[in-house]
Write a protein that binds this ligand. Structure first.
Ligand SMILES: *Cc1c(COP(=O)(O)O)cnc(C)c1O
Length: 464
């Protein structure tokens, strides 16, 4: 399997090259040149596999033998043995035909662990083989940071710098990042919002001359293809538990950077019979406006109870647009060059394709809290605010109650006590391995919203 850029202006890359990169040099994102496709019979034959075995089946073709199968299998098994649930991604019932896919049983209590536990180990393996050291630079709206630190901190081959928006992540999220110890681990609190952090990271990747010699930047944001790849697995796993692939299933996905839902879109293209794919957004609704009325224009950022989705521009959406533009990198480049300057729309034909592929909803904070309170009362389950946005969107968009509707529960409620309190409920306890989180010592540096301040910090703190 080879990888190409969405802007169509760079040579094909191997899996390893894509793993060790950020964006493509032409400014695009890497996508597989083609996708494997599986028949219903083939998917059916995976029913008896455990999660790690299923992951191996789905991921191996994308890795293309560049990491020996035995190593890949070890990496996947070790990664998912860190989860505190036997099934790794268990499904629970929300009543009737509605389900919750619990993706918060990993070490940092959010779905980001599914990819970043594996990504850290993949990097470690490849860097060791190459006798190479790299600098990881990432921006986080809250959950990527801790998952990346947790996944990568053991590697001698990386120095890791994570930018988060100062005072804009929850206290548990911040502490999960700032209490990670290691002389290769650095947290930077940027005086700005998540999009500012993302812009700094993007600019740093574009000009890496500030780095020590022999180093390059590696991305841990969902622009890194390996993250998307690992997230395809749980769509198959969940569908197989509720009558798939003989019967269709639907998914509702709380969405920020469009990484998670893009993995669902790929699962469908790979042959998994999916009826609806619901893009669940909070008040930051650019994707909902595009999907519901062909309006792709940025607005101002709102800070909501679901901070991991407080994102103006979803970087991974470009990967979908590439398909929508029939993989014409030049046409997509032209389209993207106008973004931010004017309200964009696509042709009627493209728009009907969008609408046949996705449904969408935008859920505000009041509705989010109401759903948290109601689900708690009805079935005793405490949802985190992101998952609540997903549940509400599933209810609003469901067009066939006979088809199982699976909402991705992307985080554990203990990470977001503000929203839980606003819903009139008591904050749940953190799991045992995080019980002393509020006693641990924090380490982070506050910096201005400035590219040069960040790059100077990285240059002076990366190990020599
Ligand atoms: C990252 C995150 C999301 C959004 O996922 P994307 O892949 O960026 O769309 C949703 N919920 C939680 C809890 C997250 O951490």
């Amino acid at each position: 399997m080879k990888y190409i850029s969405t802007r169509g202006n760079c040579p094909e890359q191997s899996f390893e090259q894509v793993l060790l990169a950020g964006m493509a040099p032409d400014g695009g994102l890497y996508v597989p040149a083609n996708l494997p496709h599986y028949s219903v019979e083939e998917i059916n034959s995976w029913k008896s596999l455990n999660y790690a075995e299923l992951a191996m089946k789905i991921v191996a073709p994308f890795v293309n033998g560049e990491i020996p199968d035995a190593e890949l299998q070890r990496i996947i098994e070790e990664s998912y043995s860190e989860f505190d649930h036997d099934e790794v991604a268990p499904l629970s019932s929300l009543g009737g035909n509605d389900y919750l896919l619990e993706l918060y049983h990993g070490p940092t209590l959010a779905f980001k662990d599914f990819a970043l536990q594996v990504l850290g180990r993949l990097l470690d393996y490849v860097l060791k083989e190459n006798d190479q050291r790299v600098v990881i630079l990432g921006a986080t709206s809250g959950d990527t940071g801790s998952a990346a630190l947790e996944g990568c901190r053991h590697s001698d081959h990386v120095d890791i710098f994570i930018l988060h928006p100062h005072n804009r992540v929850s206290e548990v999220q911040r502490r999960q990042m700032t209490t990670v110890m290691g002389d290769n681990v650095f947290n930077l609190a940027v005086e700005g919002n998540f999009d500012d952090c993302q812009s700094i990271v993007k600019a740093a990747f574009a000009d890496q001359s500030f780095l020590p010699e022999d180093r390059q930047l590696v991305a841990v944001n969902s622009i890194n293809w390996a993250r998307i790849m690992m997230q395809i697995v749980y769509y198959f796993s969940a569908a197989l538990k509720v009558g798939g692939p003989e019967n269709e299933v639907s998914f509702s996905v709380p969405t920020g950077n469009f990484g998670d839902i893009f993995a669902g879109y790929l699962a469908k293209k790979m042959g998994l019979p999916i009826s609806q794919l619901i893009v669940a957004t909070n008040k930051n609704d650019i994707l909902h406006r595009f999907i519901s009325r062909n309006d792709y224009s940025a607005t101002n950022l709102s800070h909501t109870y679901s901070p991991s989705m407080d994102i103006l521009v979803s970087s991974n959406f470009e990967r979908y647009l590439f398909d929508l533009f029939a993989r014409d990198g030049e046409a997509l480049t032209e389209f993207m060059s106008r973004f931010g300057k004017e309200a964009l729309s696509v042709t009627n034909k493209q728009f009907s394709e969008v609408q046949s592929c996705f449904s969408s909803a935008s859920v505000d904070d009041d509705q989010t809290c109401a759903v948290i309170a109601q689900v708690k009362q009805d079935i005793g389950k405490l949802l985190d605010p992101h998952s609540a946005v997903g549940v509400k969107a599933a209810r609003d968009c469901n067009n066939n109650p006979d088809i199982p509707m699976i909402t991705l529960a992307t985080a554990h409620p203990a990470k977001f006590s503000d929203a839980i309190a606003a819903a009139g409920l008591e904050t749940p306890e953190l799991p045992p391995h995080l019980q002393d989180l509020f006693q641990r010592e924090e380490h982070y540096s506050v910096v201005n919203n400035s590219l040069s301040e960040v790059t100077e910090f990285v240059a002076s703190h990366a190990r020599k």
